[in-house]
Ligand binder design. Structure first.
Ligand SMILES: CC(C)(COP(=O)(O)OP(=O)(O)OC[C@H]1O[C@@H](n2cnc3c(N)ncnc32)[C@H](O)[C@@H]1OP(=O)(O)O)[C@@H](O)C(=O)NCCC(=O)NCCS
Length: 185
């Protein structure tokens, strides 16, 4: 799915990645256990080829949107945020994100990026609802979604294996405050 231009937040530009991003800092994020701690991606092996393939598959998918997060101050690539693949039938989609540059954690970038993509999904794509899943214990992620206006909708107990413990699956969600009227397909 293509966005025309970029989405802007106070500190970031969010724009579609090209495949060259796969050999930049993105690769080192995907090899850092601290960054991947709460992500299923920690079980995979990541190479410039596999990341380029992922970027290509997202860019080729008309129902998905993968955006790089670029700091306005120096244009540095600091993370990625993804919407979808969305369900057209049900007008809903999920958001996931990763800020790979640890030096910019805690500056509100996740909150800004979630806020901007939420707005795009509701106002431009006219989705009815959004959701996101995260590991219990990923307090920064839960907090960023809540600061962006989302709510914890459900908690599935003892869902993930993390280190030597079981943790819950937390489902966050948000409804479009002005849903479009949709006729039954
Ligand atoms: C989790 C993550 C997205 C947070 O990004 P971020 O830009 O640091 O988040 P923000 O700065 O917008 O912070 C939002 C809130 O969470 C808090 N927060 C951030 N990281 C936190 C942490 N590790 N523990 C507790 N609170 C945290 C912030 O203090 C802020 O709350 P406050 O304004 O009340 O103080 C980022 O650390 C990350 O990408 N981690 C690795 C990948 C990952 O876990 N992605 C999410 C998968 S669901």
């Amino acid at each position: 799915m293509m966005v025309t231009g970029a989405l802007e937040t106070p500190q970031l530009w969010l724009r579609v990645l090209d495949e060259t991003a796969a050999s930049g800092p993105y690769l080192s994020w995907m090899q850092d256990a601290e960054i991947l701690r709460f992500l299923e991606a920690r079980f995979g092996q990541h190479t410039p080829e596999s990341l380029a393939g992922f970027i290509r598959s997202m860019n080729d998918n008309p129902d998905a949107l993968l955006l790089g997060m670029f700091l306005k101050e120096d244009r540095r690539h600091v993370g990625n945020i993804k919407l979808g693949p969305v369900s057209r039938e049900h007008a809903r989609g999920d958001i996931g994100l990763l800020i790979g540059d640890k030096t910019v954690w805690g500056r509100g970038l996740a909150t800004e990026a979630i806020t901007a993509l939420t707005r795009y999904a509701f106002e431009t794509l006219r989705l009815n609802r959004l959701y996101a899943g995260c590991y219990g214990g990923n307090d920064g992620s839960v907090r960023a979604f809540i600061k962006a206006g989302w709510a914890v909708e459900a908690r599935l107990p003892r869902y993930w294996r993390l280190d030597d413990a079981w943790v819950d699956h937390i489902i966050l969600g948000l409804l479009n405050p002005s849903p479009a009227f949709m006729s039954t397909p």
